[in-house]
Design a protein around this ligand. Structure first.
Ligand code: NAD
Length: 436
């Protein structure tokens, strides 16, 4: 079995490497020649735990190669995966499908023999139909099927998610394409991962429904956290108390600064627009999008309040800028709202992130980037935790106190306990839990 993976980003590279680990011969294609050059030299263009070992092992075994030549990769492939980006389209909130359609055109020019074209990118309902139309128009002679196979991996645990998925969703009614997909995912039968065969339309919608449901769950607990602050309840206790109910579940009930990342913000927005277009608006998701946008913007205000109402002329130390730990991904991270707002309010911002600073430097101006956790705190008036990297979970409080000019801690991820911080002599601010 030969696979061509078009797009070698967080999803394409991980999926390609994992399929090669399953024993399939995979060519990862990207039009970004720098990425391909790095990969050919054994350097990962992204940070994802375990990825370098997985890639290098499979390259050595001869099952995984990289190229910018889409044509050659597609000609030899039994299955061609489209794993290019589908960001928010500028101006209107729909998913920008230009990369998907451009890839489809290039694929059409090069397929030879029966080929399964698989959209792994997150794409709105109807995209598979359009990909099929594009290919059919360019190559009326071609033998192919277009399948939807959305990806559910999470950055930071992407390899385990791909190799031990809760489920695999495959959208096609073609028995021939089903056979190819079944064969590709055959190794997962050993762990009895459910494989769900559905229509292409249902498959496309499953991905958006899953992401918007999770975004809703986060937004729900964030609003409950705000209510907790008003009434003196503790959101940790409330989350635990509801999460132990099997109908609700414990996951995604962590209050924080609002969801970010490369998927939830764009996917919630895209689904809102799909639903409006067909006259079936999703009012819950519309509210989620609005609440989350406002929440991310409101976080700087919490920090300013913790500093007594102004950060003008003050130094703010920030730990963590990526949208979550264990990734270097900065897309739609809450820090992108928080840091510029603090700088606009007159603060000097000193920040550190274990993996995200290279990306962040390109996206946020005016920040003093520091070499490590403690260097960030020197002479700062307040310490703010935005991303809960493990490295920030057990700080040396005596050292922190000696470095800060005032012992104020704003913990936007609730990783510390209020009473412990009070005992350590900190003025501690968190989300949805009573002050001690
Ligand atoms: P990404 O931006 O990291 O990678 C996309 C890659 O595609 C880039 O390297 C780009 O150069 C390449 N590309 C674009 N057009 C190309 C073309 N015509 N030929 C070859 N290469 C091309 O994106 P990502 O985060 O991997 O996301 C890809 C898709 O997967 C999106 O639809 C996203 O919503 C979805 N998804 C992402 C995640 C995640 O955690 N990142 C999880 C599940 C699903």
């Amino acid at each position: 079995m030969h696979v061509a993976m078009i797009g070698t980003g967080y999803v394409g590279l991980v999926s390609g490497a994992c399929f090669s680990e399953f024993g399939v011969s995979v060519v990862c294609v990207d039009k970004d020649s720098k990425k391909i050059e790095m990969l050919e030299n054994g350097i990962m263009p992204i940070f994802e735990p375990g990825l370098d070992d997985l890639v290098n092992t499979n390259v050595k075994a001869g099952r995984l190669t990289f190229t910018t030549d889409l044509g050659e990769a597609v000609k030899a492939a039994d299955a061609v995966f489209i794993a290019v980006g589908t960001p928010t389209r500028r101006g209107d909130g729909h998913a920008d499908l230009s990369y998907v359609y451009a890839a489809a055109k290039e694929i059409a020019e090069n397929i030879s023999g029966y080929t399964v074209i698989v959209t792994k990118s997150t794409v709105p309902v109807g995209t598979g139909d359009e990909v099929e139309r594009i290919i059919r128009e360019a190559r009326p002679d071609a033998e192919f099927d277009v399948v939807s196979n959305p990806e559910f991996l999470r950055e930071g645990s992407a390899i385990a998610d791909f190799t031990h998925p809760d489920r695999v969703v495959i959208g096609t009614q073609s028995p021939r394409a089903q056979d190819v997909m079944r064969e590709l995912y055959r190794p997962l039968s050993l762990i009895e991962a459910p494989i769900l065969f559905v229509s292409r339309t249902s498959s496309e919608l499953i991905k958006y429904a899953a992401n918007t449901f999770l975004a809703t769950k986060i937004t729900f607990i964030n609003e409950i956290a705000d209510l907790c602050e008003k009434v003196g309840a503790d959101v940790h206790h409330v989350a635990k108390g509801i999460g132990l109910d099997g109908r609700i579940g414990k996951k995604f009930l962590h209050a924080g600064p609002g969801y970010g990342g490369s998927c939830f913000p764009k996917d919630t927005l895209a689904l809102v627009h799909t639903a409006q277009d067909v006259g079936s608006p999703l009012r819950i998701i519309e509210a989620v999008v609005d609440i989350n946008d406002k929440r991310k913007k409101a976080m700087a205000g919490r920090i300013i309040n913790a500093c007594g109402g102004s950060v003008a002329g003050k130094t703010v130390a920030v730990l963590g800028v990526t949208f979550k730990p264990n990734t270097d991904d900065m897309r739609d991270a809450p820090s992108l709202d928080i840091l510029p707002a603090l700088i606009n309010a007159g603060a000097r911002v000193q920040a550190f992130d274990p993996e995200g600073m290279k990306e962040a430097k390109e996206m946020i101006d005016g920040v003093v980037w520091c070499d490590d956790t403690y260097a960030t705190m020197v002479n700062a008036d307040v310490l703010v935790i935005i991303t809960e990297w493990n490295a920030f979970r057990s700080l040396d409080w005596a050292r922190v106190k000696s470095l800060l000019s005032s012992p104020i801690l704003v913990d936007l991820r609730n990783i510390y306990e209020a009473h412990e911080m009070a005992e350590a002599g900190f003025d501690y601010h968190c989300i949805g839990r009573p002050k001690v």
